[in-house]
Design a binder for this molecule. Structure first.
Ligand SMILES: O=P(O)(O)OC[C@H]1O[C@H](O)[C@H](O)[C@@H](O)[C@@H]1O
Length: 617
């Protein structure tokens, strides 16, 4: 049997769907660099220089504009498929997590076997390339190109190589960014800068966001935004076919694919755009944050760049910033603004350093939160309130789209104090962003889509879900207030959220569904969860002290006892998250009891957390 490679397989698929791509792939194979050709001569300016390169290869290289690049930012290396690991069966469907791909990439955690292997990753990347080729045909001047970035996880390098092999196997150009943020990856599909091979046609971020160190995954982008659930399903189906074919035909004689990979310091482009945005907001002052002391906590994720390449060029002092070094074991705290220990760490850093402001990011910098100089958090509803105040100053009356677990006090604040409209939608950053885009398309103006999780996206920033840009909006406010003499320090921000009614009690309890329980009768946890919700709803209908929210897009949201609760299905897990907010513990417990009364007969539901909560009085 002849050796089967991902490349040849890919050619079969491509030849079927796109004959022109087969030509490009042939061309690409001729052009690609053998390992010994990949030493970039540092003295050569303007053009890429190769050692031992044939005139034929040079001819082809010269043909593509993408081979003219800036020596300062580009290096070349080879991606070779050298793994000799036996192939294991992969259930690709299980890797889908909403609009992301997530899996276990590192062995060693009991009960969590690796299901995101290098070979599986190669197949997924090849499948994304095919998906892209179906939507976007390369023109004669260049091949399609895909940028690849990663966060600080310990599996990042191996997966980056595997993704590169998968993309190159389909005949697409690979541009590696190394350590990067998720929003920067999306941004690379929009940037116009040929020196950095931008815009790229597609982009892949290797990240599992705030999940533990052994996980990893992928987010995919085109200039239309992040791929949605249906696209991810499609990619995983394609990956299954690619992988199964190799699995059946054998992989041990697999031909090496020594494709050239370009490496670019794209983060310098992205961060200089952030710096420019703040300067613009402060009447083009070079150092509008001069003298401000701002500490950053990157939680050892990818966000450490923000201190040295955004804040410092703007004049801010960043001493006392912490956990800026990437460390995929996350030794200090989970990089996630929703995590209490993480918020405590940045708050402490602000107080210890007597800083004006603290900024915290999640691992891949699509989420963020802040802390003012007194240690008061701009997180969850308070961050949404602050961002709403800023956006509504710029766009009076606009609609703010949020996730479903936002408080009643936030609605009152946005609508009564700020004069905007609060559209409380579903949980999930993609849901919130897509809803804001939809509202605009039907004539309802919206400029901000933001979640309590710290994900935020603005229309002015291409609906890019960007934790760093969210923080830039706060910096703009600080800088412009000082430039116009209307305020100094983070009081300017604190002042903007005055009047926000915050409940004394706000809890989230996550009730697990045991998927193997007999009560599921072999059905899915989703069906079971829906049955719980339906039952709760019917109980509420008969209770005069409780009122269902007149407009609600997710789960069962109920007002009563001066507070509210929301029980819904988690987007990803076999869990029913329950949020309760009330003015005091007694009322919060009454709300908890109303839920418990309705759900206790569902024996597959673990209500122990709720039991404990209602006994707290
Ligand atoms: O439904 P849950 O389990 O609470 O998770 C919902 C959350 O999942 C992920 O973390 C997404 O990034 C968030 O946008 C979303 O809000």
């Amino acid at each position: 049997m002849s050796a089967t490679t991902l490349k040849t397989l890919q050619n079969v698929f491509m030849a079927q769907s796109c004959p022109r791509n087969r030509h490009l792939d042939t061309q690409y194979r001729r052009d690609r660099c053998a390992p010994d050709m990949c030493n970039l001569l540092p003295t050569q300016v303007g053009k890429c220089a190769w050692t031992s390169i044939s005139s034929m290869q040079l001819h082809h290289l010269a043909k593509y504009k993408s081979c003219t690049w800036n020596r300062k930012t580009v290096y070349c290396n080879a991606v070779s498929a050298t793994s000799t690991t036996p192939m294991e069966k992969v259930d690709f469907r299980k890797l889908q997590n909403g609009s992301d791909i997530r899996g276990v990439a590192v062995a060693g955690v009991e009960g969590e076997p690796v299901n995101l292997t290098n070979l599986g990753t190669e197949a997924i990347a090849a499948a994304f390339a095919m998906w892209l080729l179906d939507r976007k045909k390369p023109d004669a001047s260049r091949r399609l190109r895909v940028s690849i970035g990663h966060d600080s996880r310990i599996s990042a390098q191996a997966l980056q190589d595997a993704v590169s092999r998968g993309i190159a196997s389909a005949g697409l150009d690979v541009i590696q960014y190394g350590l990067a943020s998720t929003p920067a990856m999306f941004n690379s599909t929009l940037t116009v800068n040929e020196e950095f091979f931008c815009p790229v046609d597609g982009s892949i971020m290797i990240t599992a966001s705030h999940l533990p160190y052994n996980r990893n995954g992928f987010k995919f982008f085109t200039n239309g935004g992040g791929l949605g659930k249906a696209d991810i399903k499609d990619i995983l189906e394609r990956a299954t076919s690619i992988y199964d074919k190799i699995y059946v035909e054998g992989f041990e004689n697999r031909e090496k694919t020594d494709s050239a990979v370009k490496k670019v310091d794209y983060m310098s482009v992205y961060t200089s755009d952030l710096v420019k945005a703040v300067r613009r907001a402060a009447q083009d002052i070079e150092k509008p944050l001069e003298g401000f002391h701002i500490v950053v906590d990157a939680g050892n994720g990818a966000g450490g760049f923000f201190a040295a390449t955004v804040l410092e060029p703007l004049g801010a002092i960043t001493t006392g910033s912490q956990f800026l070094e990437p460390d995929g074991m996350f030794p200090n705290h989970i990089p996630n603004p929703e995590d209490k220990a993480a918020m405590k760490a940045i708050t402490q850093a602000v107080l210890d350093n007597k800083a004006d402001l603290g900024i915290i990011f999640d691992t891949d910098v699509d989420r963020s939160a802040a802390v003012d100089s007194t240690g008061s958090e701009f997180n969850r509803n308070r961050l949404i309130a602050l961002m709403s105040a800023i956006v509504l100053e710029e766009h009076p009356g606009t609609t703010i789209v949020t996730d479903s677990v936002t408080s009643d006090g936030l609605t009152t604040f946005i609508e009564k104090k700020l004069g905007g409209k609060h559209h409380r939608f579903k949980r999930g950053y993609k849901n919130v962003i897509d809803e804001a885009i939809r509202l605009n398309s039907v004539g309802e103006e919206s400029h901000l889509a933001i979640e309590t999780s710290g994900h935020g996206a603005l229309k002015e920033n291409h609906w890019l879900d960007d934790g760093a840009y969210t923080m830039v909006k706060l910096l703009n406010k600080l800088a412009s207030a000082r430039a116009s003499g209307t305020g100094v320090g983070s009081e300017v921000l604190t002042h903007l959220v005055e009047g926000l009614d915050e409940p004394a009690v706000a809890v989230e309890l996550r009730l697990k569904i045991d998927q193997n329980h007999v009560d599921l009768k072999g059905g899915s946890f989703r069906d079971y969860g829906e049955a719980v919700l339906q039952h709760l709803e019917s109980k509420i209908d008969g209770d005069p002290k409780l009122q269902k929210a007149p407009v609600n897009y997710e789960g069962v949201r109920v007002s009563g006892f001066g507070g509210w609760f929301l029980l819904r299905l988690s987007l990803h897990d076999p869990v029913l998250p329950l949020n309760i907010e009330a003015a005091n513990s007694e009322d919060a417990v009454k709300l908890g009891l109303a839920v418990l009364g309705a759900v206790k007969e569902f024996s597959a539901l673990d209500t122990s957390g709720l039991d404990k909560f209602v006994q707290r009085l």
